[in-house]
Design a protein around this ligand. Structure first.
Ligand code: AKG
Ligand code: FE2
Length: 277
């Protein structure tokens, strides 16, 4: 197994490894690389849905996403699908998954199944690097804050997706919820500080007015999306990505109208998040 940085900004490429056939010491190497790099990319994998499931079970514990349709015959694998006649995709804005859960998911293992001719890249951002580069005055101001995260406005009955052509592909509109999370967390494995707010799910800073919350959050979001903290993954047949939801945001480009894109996702369960010391 050979792990090399994907770019200066984020991620690592893992070569000389087949996820369908990995031993426990390589698995431990992947867990540790994920905590360091935030997202791991793989090429030329031959991974059936059963292999995908076996790898996920070896890596950690699986948690179900309540909103995505399952792959037929594999209730633990979710479909991330956009059909040629759809205009909306899943994850087409900067976000991290499941921050609205009390115990946010550790991350996901996403496998390319059907790709458009071009486009459909996924962008990632490194929220540890983004934290480190914040001015000290901002760090002091936000370090002990908490924020409210929700999915009601996205997956709920009157949410964002319900009004689009993605609405019919999703389920669980009554299974929505929210959680309070520290604005700066300590990574459960590496202990590194991470800015833990995101444009899709963070509603407000706990105890702040809507207006003041928005001003601070917008300032933080503008900071994170700078090129020095982000990288892009161009999917090929056989590509796999594993990301850490605590350390990264992601963004699925929606630039391939008229073509199908189908990915299989298994979500890994996480733990409650602690505020940075
Ligand atoms: O399709 C992608 O590239 C990512 C979609 C997404 O946001 C997710 O699966 O959580
Ligand atoms: Fe996502």
């Amino acid at each position: 197994m050979k792990i090399t940085p994907w770019s200066e900004e984020c991620g690592a490429l893992v070569g000389d490894a087949q996820l369908a056939n990995i031993d426990e010491s390589e698995m431990e190497g992947l867990r540790s690389a994920l905590a360091t790099y935030g997202v791991l990319f793989f090429r030329n994998q031959e991974l059936t849905p059963s292999d995908h499931l076996a790898f996920a079970n070896g890596f950690g514990e699986i948690v179900l996403n309540k909103f995505f349709a399952p792959v037929e015959g594999y209730p633990d694998i979710a479909e991330v699908r956009k059909e040629p006649d759809q205009t909306m995709n899943i994850g087409g804005g900067w976000h991290t998954d499941h921050s609205y859960d009390e115990e946010p998911a550790l991350g996901s293992i996403l496998v390319a199944r059907e790709l458009p001719q071009s486009g459909g890249d996924t962008l990632f951002a490194n929220l540890h690097k983004a934290w480190v580069a914040l001015p000290s005055s901002t760090k002091r101001k936000i370090k002990d804050l908490k924020a409210l995260h929700s999915n009601v406005h996205i997956y709920g009955r009157d949410g964002y997706y319900a009004g689009t052509d993605m609405g019919k592909m999703l389920k669980g509109a009554d299974d929505v919820g929210q959680a309070i999370q520290p604005v700066v967390i300590s990574h459960p494995v590496s202990g590194r500080e991470i800015l833990y707010v995101n444009p899709a799910h963070t509603i407000s800073i706990d105890g702040w007015s809507e207006e003041d919350s928005k001003a601070l959050l917008d300032e933080l979001y503008d900071h994170v999306v700078q090129p020095e903290f982000t990288c892009t993954f161009d999917w090929e047949p056989g590509s796999v990505a594993i990301w850490d939801n605590r350390l990264t945001w992601h963004y699925a480009n929606n630039d391939y109208d008229g073509e199908r894109r189908l990915m299989h996702r298994i979500t890994l369960s996480g733990a409650p998040l602690a505020a940075a010391a």
